[in-house]
Design a protein. Structure first.
Ligand code: GDP
Ligand code: MG
Length: 177
């Protein structure tokens, strides 16, 4: 286990994908360091962050990759997806367009990644309920159709962030163990 030693039983590469400004970097900051910043520039240049969690008495190191602004130039390369066993497909619940682009991101992901990859659809910024532009029902329907896990999160309020990442990691663990 993780306690009292540095032994790592598993390393699970997980990638964050989705349009720019949906909150990918802040979801990662929240999960890996329990931090949040309103300044979106603060994490540009970061390749990945890690956090080790305990699943089923095993030490699981989550290595979570962030696009670090590449999505603005459609330059997410196959190296980014290589070896990924998990993916978070992130949209902003206040930006319909970011949700409408999910199909395209999913296609890109499925074209590059392992066929057993665990994918979660994440509707971020759930704290901005008054500006909601994507209903929970629409997202659930898409997730069901495409066989994805689904959760709404707020990196700002730390709502469901832990649950979203832990669900993906636990499902990966079930696949590989
Ligand atoms: P990325 O381009 O997908 O990595 O998006 P960022 O993580 O840089 O976030 C873009 C902007 O949205 C920043 O100003 C963040 O502070 C803000 N943001 C991220 N997550 C949330 C959230 O859950 N709620 C709110 N209200 N703002 C958020
Ligand atoms: Mg970012």
């Amino acid at each position: 286990g993780a306690f009292g030693g540095n032994k790592v039983d598993y390393v699970f590469k997980t990638v964050l994908i989705g349009d720019s400004a949906v909150g990918k970097s802040q979801l990662l900051a929240r999960f890996s360091r329990n931090e949040f910043s309103m300044d979106s520039k603060s994490t540009i240049g970061v390749e990945f962050q890690t956090r080790t969690v305990e699943i089923d008495h095993k030490s699981v190191k989550a290595q979570i990759w962030d696009t670090a602004g590449q999505e603005r130039y459609r330059a997410v390369t196959s190296a980014y997806y290589r070896g990924a066993v998990g993916a978070m497909l992130v949209y902003d619940i206040t930006k319909r367009q970011s949700f409408d682009h999910m199909a395209r991101w999913l296609e890109e992901l499925r074209g590059h990644a392992d066929k057993n990859i665990v994918i979660m659809l994440v509707g971020n910024k759930s704290d901005l309920e008054t500006h909601r532009d994507v209903s929970t029902e629409d997202a659930k329907e898409f997730a069901q159709m495409e066989n994805l896990y689904f959760m709404e999160t707020s990196a700002l309020e730390a709502t469901n962030v832990e649950q979203a990442f832990l669900t993906v990691l636990t499902e990966i663990y079930r696949v590989v163990s």
